[in-house]
Design a protein around this ligand. Structure first.
Ligand code: PSU
Ligand code: MN
Length: 308
């Protein structure tokens, strides 16, 4: 890696050199998405679930103004306990670098750093999208999905968003939306949204084949894999809708917007559901980590067959 502002951990460097399966993990969920101490527990659990499913986890974050690909346990602790962290999307990297800050990378930021490192598979909770509360609040995540060729595994877009508008945007930008063992676009806390995915695929191998076919045509966009939260942990849409409306109305009333909006809504929804939504959030993150690791394993098999 030539850029002095980015470095890979020895473990990730080795895994990538060997062509072993690697799964990128975001860190905004650690710095802004979850309360303490669940954020650190989750960060460790995500890594463990990736390992148990046969891949090497690369948590991506900024520490002291350096983009780090793969963190040690001590560094995870530091990040999770850090008082003033930046939420880092495309526009924020240089800010974190010149001010030597710690930061959590968003889906967009994590995709950007993954591409620099050569990582092709990434697991997150829910992507950002088009917000309901203010006109023209469209997450950089959508732009990254349009421009960076990776497989991104999520549980859909957060239900706090305008989901039909988010799907329209993805369609416009040519991003395939894969339903993993489902025909319906999942809505993060809920398995149902009433909206269609562009294709249903039922196994990690099918996802790997699909991504290869997409990129072989010269497409540069990501493949978004939407993996519904496990049934036992899901919250029905009808139960979530009034809560989301209430949290959204509060955000408007308080004038919360920009980067602060998503963290505000997530924590307010957790309060309004007595922590139930938080448990759902954790369950879907781990579920996505496992699936991403299995997909990364299949991508590796393909490479082996190609080079044999
Ligand atoms: N989903 C979660 N928790 C989060 C996020 C998503 O369950 O913290 C983060 C992701 O990092 C995503 C970001 O990229 O929120 C989107 O923020 P914005 O809407 O400001 O682009
Ligand atoms: Mn936004």
């Amino acid at each position: 890696m030539k850029n002095p502002n980015i470095s890979l951990s020895p473990e990730i460097s080795r895994a990538l050199d060997l062509g072993a399966p690697v799964v990128a993990l975001e860190s905004t969920v650690i710095t802004h998405g979850l309360p303490r101490p669940q954020n650190l527990e989750l960060a460790r659990d995500m890594e463990k679930h990736v390992r148990d499913s046969g891949a090497t986890p690369a948590t991506i974050a900024l520490l002291d103004g350096k983009i780090r690909i793969g963190l040690s346990d001590l560094e995870l602790v530091r990040l999770s306990e850090s008082e003033s962290t930046l939420k880092v999307s495309h526009r924020d990297f240089a800010t974190a670098i010149v001010k030597r800050m710690n930061g959590g990378t968003t889906v967009a930021g994590t995709m950007f750093a993954s591409q620099m490192a050569g990582i092709k598979v990434f697991a997150t909770g829910g992507i950002g999208g088009v917000h309901k509360e203010s006109s023209f609040d469209i997450s950089t995540d959508l732009r990254a999905l349009a421009e960076i060729p990776m497989i991104v595994v999520c549980a859909g877009a957060k239900a706090i968003l305008d989901l039909p508008a988010t799907l329209e945007y993805l369609e416009t930008m040519g991003v395939p939306v894969v339903g993993y063992q489902t025909d319906e676009f999942p809505a993060f806390y809920s398995r149902e949204s009433g909206l269609d995915v562009s294709v249903r695929l039922d196994s990690p191998k099918d996802v790997a084949d699909f991504a290869q076919a997409h990129w072989k045509l010269g497409m540069r966009s990501a493949v978004l894999v939407t993996n519904p939260v496990p049934e036992t942990e899901s919250i029905p849409k009808s139960e979530m809708e009034p809560i989301i409306s209430k949290a959204s109305a509060e955000a408007i009333e308080k004038g919360i917007h920009g980067q602060a909006l998503t963290p505000f809504l997530l924590s307010r929804i957790s309060e309004l559901t007595d922590g139930k939504s938080l448990r759902t959030n954790l369950a879907l993150l781990l579920n996505n980590a496992r699936l991403a690791a299995r997909i990364a394993g299949e991508m590796r098999e393909k490479k082996k067959i190609r080079s044999a």
